[in-house]
Design a protein around this ligand. Structure first.
Ligand SMILES: *Cc1c(COP(=O)(O)O)cnc(C)c1O
Length: 435
């Protein structure tokens, strides 16, 4: 073998703690506000929909939070995930850059999302929750939570954005296989859903609407709590196992990244790969560049405003200080369903506000072109969401070639696209709108 391309860890290298970036920001993240009183939310406000142990974690500023043994045992079913060097892609691009990717598609659900689904189900079980309600965009989160709930014997109800429900029937089947109930959102089961359907019976749905429905379901059912797959502090924190493993694996590779890249929907896989590196920037003045990648039709970090806004469409969640396009923003039905969210994690938003990260956006057709390029060189068919990160990595590698500089690029391949093949089919048939 000419170049070493795989940097493998063993089970003992699974991180023992999650990393909480709130401990290291030079200024605190502005607190979530109660939608009616505009005062910072209290523990009591939050426990209406979340179990107390997770609310405590959400509010915690402890730097390292220990991962429970039961959670680590389940992580060991797929963690540590592989880190690979994309040597064949480098050759295809004729770049002096070294491109590394962390492969989160190796999880049973095919994305990074089980990294938080499993601890969320665990803490809910500890708190006596019998039923969890949630929303899902492309179906990645719903399937991850369905699997985690089954492992902890909790009932799981998923409100799935209508456009994905129809575009991605296999994820619905996956959720059914893991024992969950799945509704196409907007539904007629909730007040929010009925109101939206009265105005627009053809409404394709959105993550914001589905969140509103899941929260309404939660407050109307006994022993039910709500679970969110991205955005919140504790969710981003759970994902930091990704970046911590990357650091060890990059050490095995004998290199340090100059650029760390992740795609952003609500911000969790990006937070996961980048927060441990942002700590290096804050504490050790590491010059590493951190780049968030979003679709051009949902450009919250590149074109949104940093202000208080609701996390959902109906205005039921606390007000979060974040980059947002407005909670009533309706993104067009692009294939990267997991990136169709109007807001951004408050922690990621804060990092952007403090100048710790950069953001870029790309149009859909270019993203698919690079997804296919990656598949044809590296084998893995990437999720359309992950292809946004690939596109930024490819652009950086081309820039390195033009500047004649060796650069080390690391990106998070947040999931595989084997259940997104209909999108690839549409791209290859030339039917994809370039938005
Ligand atoms: C859900 C999802 C995303 C976007 O969500 P984040 O919370 O921003 O990570 C990205 N990639 C894949 C594969 C996903 O399933």
């Amino acid at each position: 073998m000419s170049e070493r391309t795989s940097f493998t860890l063993t089970q003992k290298d699974i991180p023992t703690h999650w990393y909480n970036i709130l401990a290291d920001f030079s200024e605190p993240v502005p607190p979530p506000l109660h939608p009616a009183t505009k005062q910072p939310v209290t523990l009591a406000d939050m426990t209406a929909i979340f179990p107390e142990n997770l609310v405590m974690q959400e509010m915690s500023t402890e730097r390292h939070v220990e991962i429970p043994a039961e959670v680590r045992d389940i992580y060991a079913l797929w963690r540590p995930t592989p880190l690979l060097r994309a040597v064949r892609l480098e050759k295809a691009l004729q770049t002096p850059a070294h491109i590394y990717y962390k492969y989160e598609g190796a999880s049973p659900a095919g994305s990074h999302k089980p990294n938080t689904a499993v601890p969320q189900a665990y803490y809910n079980k500890q708190a006596g929750t019998k039923r969890l309600a949630t929303e899902t965009g492309a179906g990645q989160w719903g399937s991850s939570l369905a699997m985690a709930c089954k492992m902890f014997d909790i009932e799981c109800v998923v409100y799935m954005v209508k456009v994905s429900y129809h575009q991605k029937p296999y994820r619905k089947m996956l959720m059914h296989t893991w024992g969950a109930t799945v509704h196409s959102s907007p539904t007629k089961h909730t007040h929010v859903g009925r109101t939206i359907l009265e105005k627009d019976p053809e409404c394709p749905g959105s993550l914001g609407i589905a969140i509103s429905e899941a929260i309404e379901d939660t407050v109307h059912h006994k022993d039910t709590k709500y679970s969110l797959g991205s955005v919140l502090n504790h969710v981003c924190m759970h994902q930091t196992v990704v970046g911590q493993e990357c650091m060890k694996q990059m050490e095995l590779a004998g290199e340090k990244p100059d650029i760390v890249i992740g795609c952003v929907g609500g911000g969790s896989n990006f937070a996961g790969v980048s927060f441990p590196y942002i700590r290096e920037k804050i504490v050790n003045k590491d010059p590493v560049r951190i780049v968030a990648v979003e679709p051009s039709v949902c450009p919250k970090l590149t074109k949104g405003e940093h202000r208080y806004d609701f996390g959902d469409t109906a205005g039921m969640t606390p007000l979060l200080m974040m980059y947002t396009l407005g909670h009533d923003f309706m993104p067009p039905a692009i294939h990267a369903g997991g990136l169709r969210y109007h807001g951004m994690a408050p922690t990621v938003s804060h990092a952007r506000k403090l100048g710790l990260i950069e953001a870029v956006s790309y149009e859909q057709a270019k993203v698919f072109e690079n997804g296919v390029l990656f598949a044809q060189n590296e084998g893995i068919v990437p999720a359309p969401e992950s292809s946004h990160a690939i596109t930024a990595a490819v652009d950086e590698a081309i820039k390195a070639r033009e500047e004649g500089k060796k650069r080390v690029i690391l990106f998070n391949l947040s999931g595989h696209g084997l259940l997104d093949l209909a999108s690839y089919d549409s791209f290859m048939a030339g039917h994809m709108k370039n938005v």
